[in-house]
Design a protein around this ligand. Sequence first.
Ligand code: SF4
Ligand code: SF4
Length: 472
Amino acid sequence: MYNPSSRKAEEFIDHEEIVETLAYAQQNKSNLELIDRILAKARERKGLSHREAAVLLDCDIPEKNEEIYELARQIKQDFYGNRIVMFAPLYLSNYCVNGCLYCPYHMKNKSIARKKLTQEEIAAEVIALQDMGHKRLAIEAGEDPVNNPIEYILESIKTIYSIHHKNGDIRRVNVNIAATTVENYRKLKEAGIGTYILFQETYHKESYEKLHPTGPKHDYAYHTEAMDRAMEGGIDDVGLGVLFGLELYRYEFAGLLMHAEHLEAVHGVGPHTISVPRLRRADDIDPDDFDNGIDDEIFAKIVACIRISVPYTGMIISTRESKQCREKVLGLGVSQISGGSRTSVGGYAEPEPEEENSEQFDVSDKRTLDEIVHWLMEMDYIPSFCTACYREGRTGDRFMVLCKSRQIQNCCHPNALMTLQEYLSDYASPDTQRLGEEMIRKELESIPKEQVRNTVIEKLEKIKMGERDFYF
Ligand code: SF4
Ligand code: SF4
């Protein structure tokens, strides 16, 4: 029986409820009156239920679809302005005891190079990432209690935060590791992590069990209830995601929103971010072996409908996607992107030799961080390296309260400009620097309060003189 407040996976992600939702959405995909009512509700910017959102996702009236895209663009602009937050993944280890059928790190794969970074190697990777200009990392590791125990992850986080190379700093470490215990989540919280990210992969229990035939990840309930344990352990920023391509996208979309509703119902705060990865080619993985791939058009519609349904949740897209695809979805709702990424274990300090491939997936967007920063500014987006909320303790419900009162805008914009200035002063190519200085000059004018504007101008000057790390 569907119950968003239940702590049982099969009740808050109730299969029957999803099946009925999909049938309801199909029946109403041309129901103009209902679609107008849902759009009117969405315009209030308070979000939509999974049923309402599913109707918009299926909507087949071209003019209404245009309205959906337009509304997604407006909501994106209202909540996130033209800022895009930058991050990079850092793979610590690809040892894994699971048997996931879509990931080359699965235990039976003998062709992939197995690697685990030592603390010295992590320090070298972090220096290389700092030298690119990154301030925010997402660390990744396979599930392996012997090779990657929680102590290894904690030690690695400590190493990452301890490195201060030239003006570099990693100011926020997000963590993407396997579902674990409340006690381990508590340890991660104490280690000072930002967001705990765990992709559900698929919400369809039967498919989930087939796709995870062996290893601890086979347990659907344990995996699906992980975010509740993370929150119980004190982590209040959690990041959801599914791997589009494994199951029917409409099913996953409803499941994702039900999971968000569940977190809100039980913990009073929804997910901090939602990621939208699509299945990619990798070592022994061929995406053509899976039947549920989605094209760029459906992908864009999913992004727009998520934006409308959960306006306060950041949306992340990785270098799995091409430049063209990223360009399309940035305007529709994506608020964070990775840049200059390596999906191998290590690979930032020294490129990985070809015969030692340890990549989790093929990167589509292979541009450098400087090229991405330049490209974003050409499109009038402000690349932001801001990590202020986490450092100011604005996480979980405190973040949401600020966000809902729209006060967050007064922090994000100045912080984006100040962190961009740091990037320009320390890492940018001359061309990017010129474009960035122009952008900052122009964007300063859009700070409405004179006092704030003057403070930002003063701090920008200080940054140019060598001081660092100002934020609101
Ligand atoms: S998806 Fe994660 S758990 Fe599964 S094989 Fe890959 S690294 Fe291991
Ligand atoms: S001020 Fe907070 S919400 Fe805004 S960009 Fe910085 S960290 Fe993100």
